[in-house]
Design a protein around this ligand. Structure first.
Ligand code: SF4
Length: 199
């Protein structure tokens, strides 16, 4: 049975984006080579630091929760082949959600893809085209231009979100509110789990 480096896995509430407020089982995989300066999970970067866990153990753990939605996040989950994981989760009755920067080729079978490209390593067009939501983290005013560039690359039904970078949220929120009022195709995504202190 395939193993994956797992930083943590836990039952919680999805705090961000289109599925904000829904109970979900989160699996955070180790390994990321994107290098965002403001990353809030830098401990995830080195995959070697995290134990290898068999996929069936992850499915059993998720199945102990009452929710049937699993979010695979990281790190950058697409650094690992995810076909067996998503196949096993689907067989167990879960919907599969992916949070990715899109910097590595797409693997796995997904019911929902959150594509969050970063300036530090380009996202791949195949991930942009498969995305259900585009989430751009706003750290600087220049990120609005970055957001519009990536909105051109996603499909027409892809939902568009702007999310303030957490440490900069008070400084950037007025600009985000103003931007969304002027460009209503965008929505605001907030990291509600951080505001509410939901682990
Ligand atoms: Fe951190 Fe995500 Fe950026 Fe990787 S892609 S450095 S995990 S914010």
């Amino acid at each position: 049975m395939q193993q994956l480096p797992v930083m943590e896995h836990f039952y919680t509430i999805q705090g961000e984006g289109a599925h904000q407020g829904r109970a979900a089982y989160f699996i955070r995989l180790g390994g990321c080579d994107v290098g965002c300066v403001w990353c809030d999970v830098k401990d995830s970067w080195d995959a070697q630091k995290h134990p290898l866990v068999e996929i069936n153990k992850l499915v059993v753990a998720a199945s102990a929760s009452p929710a049937r939605m699993v979010v695979i996040t990281g790190g950058e989950p697409l650094m690992h082949p995810l076909d067996t994981l998503t196949e096993s989760l689907h067989k167990a009755g879960f919907t599969t959600h992916l949070e990715t920067s899109g910097a590595h080729p797409l693997s796995g079978s997904w019911d929902w893809i959150t594509y969050s490209p970063k300036k530090f390593k380009s996202g791949l067009p195949e991930v942009a085209q498969a995305a259900h939501e585009l989430k751009i983290v706003i750290y600087h005013l220049s990120d609005f231009v970055f957001a519009e560039q990536h909105a051109q690359q996603v499909g027409k039904d892809c939902q568009l979100y702007l999310q303030p970078e957490w440490s900069n949220r008070e400084r950037m929120m007025p600009a985000i509110v103003d931007y969304v009022k002027k460009h209503p195709q965008w929505r605001i995504s907030l990291q509600t789990h951080k505001y509410l202190d939901i682990p």
